[in-house]
Ligand binder design. Structure first.
Ligand SMILES: NC(=O)c1ccc[n+]([C@@H]2O[C@H](COP(=O)([O-])OP(=O)(O)OC[C@H]3O[C@@H](n4cnc5c(N)ncnc54)[C@H](O)[C@@H]3O)[C@@H](O)[C@H]2O)c1
Length: 165
């Protein structure tokens, strides 16, 4: 690795698993001070353990991205000690279940919007306060091809196995 992110502070939400964990590891390998945020202490600690084992600088913070005080705390944790916020990956996401529209649980839809839309908004709100003040910064909002294309009879597209009756 080139250490091209040395001295930079990064925040990854949903950093305790999957793409968030892999991205956090990649950022740390390039020298960024990485904070991972999420709802499960054990999985976040495991991501930190892996970053540190690879020589990176990392920490974690418990945060539910649907709750504004949590998001604010996560952003402040990422800034702490570095004094700036350079890179954020707003990756925390909830996909819900695969169900037809006429069977779909509206509360599941509410949860999806709360995590994926409100969560991304709250994250940007508090990240941008630092980035605007410092005059720089990069925000990546995780999305999905499922937001761009649809399948007749399904609420969201499915990779086979779920056909229109
Ligand atoms: N894997 C794919 O094929 C794929 C495709 C398109 C988009 N995505 C998106 O990529 C992102 C990561 O997905 P993944 O595949 O790594 O799955 P994942 O389930 O491993 O990652 C999602 C993470 O978000 C966390 N999370 C959920 N709700 C949260 C909340 N309220 N507050 C904080 N953290 C919360 C989960 O605990 C988990 O760690 C998601 O936003 C997902 O929608 C994934």
């Amino acid at each position: 690795m080139t250490q091209q992110l040395a001295g930079k502070a990064a925040l990854v939400t949903g950093g305790g698993s999957g793409i968030g964990r892999a991205s956090a590891l990649a950022l740390a390998a390039e020298g960024a001070v990485v904070t991972v945020a999420g709802r499960t202490q054990e999985s976040l600690k495991e991501t930190v353990r892996r970053m540190e084992a690879a020589g990176g600088t990392a920490r974690c913070v418990l945060a539910d991205v649907t709750r504004e005080p949590d998001v604010e705390r996560a952003v402040e944790a990422a800034v702490e000690g570095v004094g700036r916020l350079d890179i954020t990956l707003n990756n925390a996401g909830y996909d819900g279940e695969f169900q037809y529209t006429w069977e779909y649980d509206a509360e599941m839809l509410d949860r999806m919007i709360a995590v994926n839309t409100r969560g991304a908004f709250l994250s940007m709100k508090h990240e941008l306060r630092h980035m605007v003040a410092q005059g720089s910064g990069v925000i990546v909002n995780m999305a999905s091809g499922a937001g761009l294309v649809g399948v007749t009879g399904a609420v969201i597209p499915v990779d086979g196995g779920y056909t229109v009756p």
